[in-house]
Design a protein around this ligand. Structure first.
Ligand code: NAP
Length: 375
C-alpha cells in the first residue's frame, strides 16, 4: 500500500516529507486501495458487471498524513454540513437523521473514516449527530471540525470554550483537525488565535491545526505564527472543484504545496452540479437555498453543459459516475483531499468510489483544459 504524505517547510527552511528526510514537497502518490473493494485499477474501456455503487469489501484505502508527523486520514473525507442544517440545506424535510446515519455507516463500511464538520453546522447538530454515530462505529474515526471566529470571541478562553463544547457534542477527547472557519480578524489577532490553538495541541485536545477560506498570504501568516511554536499548519480548507478553480490562480494551491499544507477541497461537486443530475432541461430541481442560486438556473446549467457532457463521456470510459470522475480529478491534483457532502448511503458510497483508481493523464488534462473558464 502506498501512502501519501503532506510536506511542510520547517523553521530552518527544509521541506520534509513524512517528517524525516528533506524532500521536494507534497507529491501525491495514491495508487493502492479500492473504495469499491475490487482491488483492481479501472482501465479505460473495460466494462464491469457490478453496479457503480456496489458495497465494497474492506480493502486498504489511500491515506494522507496531515502536516509534519500529523494525523493520517483517508484521501477523501465526507462533508457533513447538510447533517442537521435547515438554513441552506433541507434537513428534516427531504431527508433526516436516519438518512445521514446511513450515509455515515456506508462511508465507514467503504473505508472512509474522515469526516468534516463545524460547530456552526446545524448550530451544533452536525457535530452532535456525528458524535452519536461515532459511538456506534466499529473503527476509529477522524473528525475535522471548525472554530467560528465571532466578534464576541476575543480571548484565549473563548477558543478553549469552543473546543470544550465541540468535544462534548462529538463525545470525543481529542479532535483530529481543528480549523479556523474564516480569516476574520475582529478583536482577536491571528497571533493570539494561533497561540491559543497551539496551546490546545500541547494540551492534547487537538492533533492538527488548519485554517479555512484563508488567502495565500493569510495562510502563510498562520504558518509562520505556528512555526514559532514548532507546530505545522496542516490544512487550508477552500472551495475547489472543476467548476471553481480560483484557488489555482489566487496562488493558494502553489503556496500550500510549497509549504506542505494540505488542501481540503470543499464543495468538490459544486454542490451537486458535477453529479450531472441538474441539467438545463431542469427535470431535477435542487432543494434548499440552491433554488435561487443562479448556477442552478437555466442559464447557469446551460453554461456548464459541455463540462457535464465531457464528464459523462469520461465516466463511461472508466465505468464510473460523473461525480466519481470529478472527485478523482481533484485527488489527482497534488496535495488535495476532497470532502464531498453526502445526505444518504448511496451518495456516500458513490463518493467513496472516487478512490481506488486513477484517471489517465490525458483525461486529467482534457478536464483541466475544458474547465479553464472556471479558473
Ligand atoms: N469551510 C467552508 O467554508 C465550507 C463551505 C462549504 C462546505 N464545506 C464543507 O465541504 C463539504 C462539502 O461541500 P458542499 O456540501 O457544499 O458541496 P458538495 O460536496 O459539492 O455537494 C454536496 C451535495 O451534492 C449532492 N450530492 C453529493 N454526492 C452526490 C452523489 N454522489 N450523487 C448525487 N448527488 C450528490 C447532495 O445534495 P442534493 O442531493 O440535494 O443535490 C449533497 O448535499 C460540506 O459538507 C462541508 O463539510 C466547508
Amino acid at each position: 500500500m502506498s501512502e501519501e504524505t503532506s510536506t511542510f517547510e520547517t523553521s530552518n527552511g527544509h521541506l520534509n516529507k513524512n517528517g524525516d528526510s528533506p524532500s521536494g514537497g507534497g507529491k501525491a502518490d495514491r495508487q493502492e486501495s479500492s473504495a469499491k473493494g475490487d482491488g483492481e485499477s479501472a482501465q479505460p474501456g473495460t466494462k464491469r458487471s457490478r453496479r457503480k455503487t456496489q458495497t465494497p469489501k474492506s480493502n486498504p484505502i489511500a491515506t494522507v498524513t496531515l502536516g509534519h508527523n500529523g494525523s493520517k486520514v483517508t484521501a477523501l473525507g465526507i462533508g457533513t454540513w447538510a447533517w442537521g442544517d435547515k438554513l441552506f440545506w433541507d434537513y428534516g424535510n427531504t431527508y433526516g437523521a436516519s438518512e445521514v446515519e446511513e450515509a455515515f455507516k456506508a462511508a465507514v463500511q467503504a473505508g472512509i473514516t474522515f469526516f468534516d464538520t463545524a460547530e456552526l453546522y446545524g448550530m451544533g447538530e452536525s457535530e452532535s449527530l456525528l458524535g452519536r454515530f461515532i459511538k456506534e462505529a466499529d473503527r476509529p474515526i477522524n473528525v475535522a471540525t471548525k472554530y467560528s471566529p465571532a466578534p464576541w470571541r476575543f480571548t484565549v478562553e473563548s477558543v478553549s470554550e469552543a473546543i470544550s463544547a465541540s468535544l462534548k457534542r462529538l463525545q470525543l477527547e481529542r479532535i483530529t483537525l481543528y480549523q479556523v472557519h474564516w480569516s476574520f480578524n475582529f478583536l482577536m489577532s491571528q497571533e493570539t488565535l494561533m497561540n491559543a490553538l497551539a496551546n490546545e495541541v500541547q494540551k492534547g485536545r487537538i492533533e492538527c491545526i488548519g485554517v479555512s477560506n484563508y488567502s495565500a498570504e493569510q495562510m502563510l501568516e498562520a504558518h509562520t505564527l505556528l512555526a514559532r511554536r514548532n507546530i505545522p499548519l496542516a490544512v487550508n480548507q477552500v472551495q475547489y472543484s472543476l467548476l471553481n478553480r480560483k484557488v489555482e490562480t489566487q496562488g493558494i494551491i502553489n503556496t500550500a504545496r510549497k509549504f506542505g499544507i494540505a488542501i481540503l477541497a470543499y464543495s468538490p461537486l459544486s454542490q451537486g452540479l458535477l453529479t450531472g443530475k441538474y441539467t438545463a432541461e431542469r427535470t431535477h430541481i435542487p432543494n434548499g437555498a440552491r433554488r435561487i442560486d443562479p448556477r442552478f438556473s437555466f442559464q447557469g446549467l446551460y453554461r456548464i453543459t459541455p463540462v457535464l457532457n465531457l464528464l459523462s463521456q469520461i465516466s463511461e470510459k472508466y465505468n464510473k459516475t460523473p461525480a466519481q470522475v470529478a472527485l478523482n480529478w481533484l485527488i489527482a491534483q497534488e496535495n488535495v483531499i476532497p470532502i464531498p457532502g453526502a445526505k444518504n448511503a448511496s451518495q456516500a458510497l458513490e463518493n467513496a468510489g472516487a478512490l481506488g483508481w486513477q484517471l489517465a493523464p490525458e483525461d486529467i488534462s482534457i478536464l483541466e483544459q475544458a474547465t479553464r473558464p472556471w479558473l
